[in-house]
Design a protein around this ligand. Structure first.
Ligand code: F6R
Length: 242
């Protein structure tokens, strides 16, 4: 794991955006997977700024979904796809055919998982995946006690995930289940970026980096991977010893 500790959320976001920009400049036809949630929002702002300044061009990149709430459609503000659309894709005009996202309303969820797995296979592999981290160490919706060999799958969400979920939605929605890329997709990715800010993430970051490597804390399973880049603000890194 490569760990970079930045002063604050702003610096963490700039540094993450610069890393992604540099990556895409070197491989302009990358397959990217970018988490929703709140942590990446400022990173997305910096990516948009860089596109506007013609420092980077994402038009040849493809984008695959990390996860979605089952039963929650794209029209719901706070769904993963709506978050990515409004904070990034709609602002940098990505061709629709370059975006392949889980449909949270799919009736046949198994077929939906296969559709996403096939999209990744067709494009080779994920070149860069940018993840946030849950308070329980989840990555995407790879929840505590996850089978690390899974590709896309449907999952019963952990109590912590359900509790936190209300922060994303303006109206109550059911967040019992999620549909997510598997941990196997994550570890198979060429480059893994994990970002976190704020003191509330400090304890789970300590377990991730310095705790036991266990599927009870899915993020700890990334410990031995040299291609993992952590961008943390000071608060999130505050319990780390190194
Ligand atoms: C969102 C996702 C989640 C979040 C994580 C952190 O697409 O996959 O794993 O990245 O729950 O969420 P925030 O950034 O809101 O703290």
């Amino acid at each position: 794991m490569n760990i970079k500790v930045l002063t604050d959320y702003e610096e963490m976001s700039i540094c993450t955006a610069e890393f992604i920009i540099d990556f895409v400049q070197k491989k302009p036809d990358s397959l990217l997977c970018l988490a929703g949630g709140h942590t990446p929002l400022k990173t997305f702002d910096f990516l948009v700024e860089a596109v506007n300044k013609v420092q980077v061009d994402f038009s040849r990149c493809k984008f695959v979904s990390l996860d979605e709430w089952v039963g929650v459609g794209i029209s719901v503000k706070g769904s993963c796809q709506e978050t990515l659309n409004s904070s990034l894709f709609d602002r940098i005009s990505i061709p629709k055919e370059h975006i392949c996202f889980f449909n949270g309303l799919a009736e046949n969820v198994e077929a939906e998982c296969k559709r996403i797995d096939d999209f990744i296979k067709t494009n080779g592999k994920i070149d860069l995946i940018m993840l946030g981290i849950g308070l329980n160490g989840h990555l995407g919706f790879n929840e505590p006690n996850i089978n690390p060999n899974l590709y896309s799958h449907v999952v019963e969400l952990d109590d912590v995930t359900k509790e936190v979920s209300s922060k994303y939605f303006e109206e109550p929605v059911s967040t019992e289940k999620g549909i997510s890329l598997g941990l196997k997709h994550i570890v198979d990715s060429d480059t893994i970026v994990l970002i976190a800010d704020g003191v509330k993430k400090a304890e789970i970051l300590k377990q991730t980096v310095e705790g036991e490597k266990t599927n009870k804390v899915p993020s700890s399973l990334l410990q031995d991977q040299p291609n993992v880049h952590l961008f943390l603000d000071k608060e999130a890194a505050s319990l780390l010893e190194g």
